[in-house]
Design a protein. Structure first.
Length: 243
């Protein structure tokens, strides 16, 4: 998991000061001030500047139409920085760049390191659930990205609970769905057909499978089960109903 979310305690809080009060303590800033601070991972400056000048959260941070929330997700900003951006612009996570990417795209591109707290904040933001089935200009929706990069089970579950229909969103380019995308990822990994045959042969011979390998196998097939549930039922079944 991304440990940056644990760094908020090290950043002095600015929430006890109003926007008007804090504006008198800082010089005027523009969106590039915060963008540079985010790129430099200067989280204290990032948060305090956004708090003082909340309108910056609405502005494009680059010529490609990405906002500061996009960059905060790209650079895995601490939770307190994300929350400050969301207080300034609650609709920021629903902002699509010119290429069609939402901030959740880079959040899911972190793959195994994707942070469930960040993903939930983005998924619960106004307008985001409806946009989870929309593809960018490259023909991928957010779940395509998550499937390609191997997001953790809890993150996959959160995405599918919010947008179960995204499991079957076909890419406009080749028709591949996130379900097929993840299946392809497994087939090309150590969990491909030959590897599974070898595991089964070892089990039938009573050979002990290493714990790490068993955990990897279990997690991968749990992801397949979640994707199949969402694709077939249109929702995720509870543990009791799926047993």
């Amino acid at each position: 998991m991304n440990n940056n979310f644990k760094n908020c305690a090290k950043i002095p809080s600015t929430t006890t000061t109003s926007f008007a009060e804090s504006a008198t303590t800082q010089p005027c800033a523009n969106v590039l001030t915060v963008l540079d601070a985010i790129r430099d991972e200067n989280w204290e400056l990032s948060r305090s500047t956004i708090h003082t000048f909340p309108h910056l959260a609405f502005e494009d941070a680059d010529p490609h139409g990405r906002k500061l929330i996009h960059y905060a997700c790209i650079y895995e900003a601490p939770l307190c920085v994300i929350q400050t951006l969301l207080r300034a612009n609650p609709h920021g996570p629903a902002s699509r760049a010119k290429m069609g990417c939402l901030p959740i795209f880079p959040a899911l591109r972190s793959g195994p390191e994707a942070n469930i707290t960040l993903v939930n904040l983005l998924l619960n933001s106004p307008g985001v659930p409806e946009l989870m089935v929309e593809c960018n200009v490259n023909g991928t929706c957010p779940l395509h990205i998550g499937a390609m990069h191997g997001i953790p089970v809890d993150v996959l579950r959160a995405v599918l609970q919010t947008s179960p229909q995204s499991a079957l969103v076909p890419s406009p380019r080749d028709g591949v769905t996130p379900l097929a995308c993840y299946w392809y990822r497994i087939s090309k990994s150590k969990l491909g057909v030959k590897a599974l045959d070898a595991l089964w042969a070892n089990l039938t011979r009573g050979i002990v499978i290493p714990v790490k390998e068993r955990q990897h196998l279990s997690e991968s097939w749990e992801k397949v089960a979640l994707l199949l549930q969402a694709a077939y039922h249109g929702f995720l079944m509870s543990s009791s109903s799926s047993s």
